[in-house]
Design a protein around this ligand. Sequence first.
Ligand SMILES: NC(=O)c1ccc[n+]([C@@H]2O[C@H](COP(=O)([O-])OP(=O)(O)OC[C@H]3O[C@@H](n4cnc5c(N)ncnc54)[C@H](OP(=O)(O)O)[C@@H]3O)[C@@H](O)[C@H]2O)c1
Length: 331
Amino acid sequence: MNTSRLAPLRPQHLVILGGTGFVGTQLLPRLVAHGHRISVLSRNREQHRALAVLPGVTVHSADVYDRGVLLAHLRGADAAINLVGILNETGSARFRKAHVDLTATLVAACREAGVRRLHQMSSLRAGEGKSMYLITRGEAERVVRASGLQWTIYRPSVIFGRGDGLVSRFAALLRQLPVLPLARPHSKLAPVAVENVCAAIAQCVASPASIAQTYELYGPELLELIRIVRMICAAAGLRRLILPLPDTLGYLQARIGELLPGKPISVDNFKSLALDSIGQSDGLAALGIAPQRFSARLPELLHPQHGHAALLDAARRVSGLAPADRPRLAP
Ligand SMILES: NC(=O)c1ccc[n+]([C@@H]2O[C@H](COP(=O)([O-])OP(=O)(O)OC[C@H]3O[C@@H](n4cnc5c(N)ncnc54)[C@H](OP(=O)(O)O)[C@@H]3O)[C@@H](O)[C@H]2O)c1
């Protein structure tokens, strides 16, 4: 089914949770280009002032776990987009709270506010295996499917693009370490471009044909983790030993990794990598979106234009404005 032909471009008022992250910051310019008005709810808007340069985007500081707060922002909106997700539990951030409780609260607030449309970010293999990340993703999907709302669920494989957690993270590790011991080296991934993921969401926002659909979003290359790391190493011009670890040592590495700053790997990551991040039903093809290849984009990702510069570029592209003059934080 190619829903692109069905897409009526009616500008909407969208409320986005988790819109300040890697995916969100690249989704926003695309939604703005479609003429949508967007409220981004963030735990700390001051850290994301740059987003307010996008025309029609307002960033609000909000406790996204508070139903009353969500209700106030959702009244009068056309749709909610939930991009909140965590890969590791740190501080007060817990998988069940961030994935399941937040989703349930958002569903309740949408229903009370009369917002009928919900776009929910999830993950390939949600609800499978032993990782709490995937288990709680699955629980959140069940909440969404039982919500009575007009929902769409997105299940990406690992996402690559400017500022991702894949290329930049491994490139940094490879630059620091002469030898990189690698847990779950033969785990298979089908990296999907952030531009493709954002195109899918933007298209579904405009298309009623996407209601009650779950889109698996994955790229055309099926790669073992060790192959990805070797590709990053070669593209960065580095000569490093990448040491595949058997599961006993990989688990030990994950235990130690949990104690290190930034948690380079955790036991839950190790458990989620037990499942290949591959899909069964090609959501990009269903939406008529041409997938980008990880291998083709890799050189550019190692020399990215980051943060404000990239955002200002996007703002210029969609609006022709002089973005730096247009801060728009909510009062
Ligand atoms: N990146 C990938 O490879 C990948 C693959 C599959 C699925 N996904 C999913 O896609 C979504 C977006 O991914 P991303 O890479 O853009 O994530 P991200 O960069 O980590 O951004 C997620 C946003 O969620 C908010 N957030 C983070 N921790 C939170 C917490 N404990 N409670 C409430 N809000 C919190 C943050 O917004 P504020 O700080 O402004 O509040 C953050 O900007 C996530 O649900 C992720 O799990 C990502």
